[in-house]
Design a protein around this ligand. Structure first.
Ligand code: MG
Ligand code: MG
Length: 251
């Protein structure tokens, strides 16, 4: 069931979104050669707790950290570790959530460590722009969920990359994952109707090679089946009478 939010609830979601966005911004500043993913996770947790919020991911389904940090061919759900040291040329996906005032924020981005390969940069740029096209495809009054995924997938395929099909965006609110699913592929004009008050996390996961993914034996980390690089970009967004608001965007 899709839970439509009131204007007051969306105001509260802006606070959760801002704290989430700030944590991701601080994490970005730490992405340098020699830093461990655990150090980045610690910084994220400190910021979220300093703001009086709770890390949404900590303990979610048993997840042991505050952020998912995934490197290179890891797509999502990487577990921060003191043994994972960033090195020049890596691309790092950081996915963060914060819960406060009864609501969650959820946001992710991909960052290069030092100098990265031009094709890796193109993957990151295409992923971010596919998100922007997904947002641009939203018609709050008359659209459907499939409009978003169609815009994302069409652009990604035009650029020779592929969208992950097994994991998708989602409604976000009092629960981290609510209805509806928001796939990064689909048919325009199909799927759940969009309307004012919907709050959803749009999150293209884009692989340089094929769309297939597998789960590592740690039961968390999702990696590309063909070993190719993957990028991720996510904001929680609210559909309102004034258009689409990016709740987790701070920079
Ligand atoms: Mg996320
Ligand atoms: Mg999400």
């Amino acid at each position: 069931m899709i839970i439509v939010k009131t204007a007051d609830q969306i105001r509260r979601m802006k606070l959760a979104g801002r704290i989430t966005g700030e944590a991701l911004y601080l994490a970005r500043e730490m992405v340098k050669e020699g830093v461990t993913t655990k150090q980045i996770d610690d910084k994220i947790r400190q910021h979220i707790e300093k703001c009086g919020a709770k890390p949404s991911f900590l303990g979610y389904g048993g997840f042991p950290a505050s952020a998912c940090i995934s490197i290179n061919n890891e797509v999502i759900h990487g577990i921060p570790s003191p043994n994972r040291v960033l090195k020049e040329g890596d691309i790092v996906k950081i996915d963060v959530g914060a819960f406060i005032g009864g609501f969650h924020g959820d946001s992710a981005n991909t960052f290069g460590v030092g100098k990265i390969a031009p094709e890796a940069q193109r993957l990151i740029d295409v992923t971010k722009h596919s998100f922007e096209l997904g947002v641009a495809a939203i018609n709050v009054e008359a659209g459907r969920i499939g409009d978003i995924g169609n815009a994302i997938d069409t652009y990604v395929r035009e650029n020779g990359f592929s969208t992950v099909k097994k994991y998708v965006g989602h409604g976000v609110g009092a629960d981290l994952h609510e209805d509806p699913n928001v796939p990064n592929f689909g048919t325009a004009g199909r799927g759940a109707r969009l309307c004012r008050g919907m709050t959803i996390a749009i999150e293209p996961m884009v692989n340089m090679g094929g769309p297939e993914v597998i789960e590592r034996p740690d039961h968390w980390t999702v990696v590309t089946k063909d070993g190719s690089l993957s990028a991720h970009y996510e904001h929680s967004v609210a559909l309102t009478a004034d258009g689409v608001i990016l709740l987790t965007k701070v920079d």
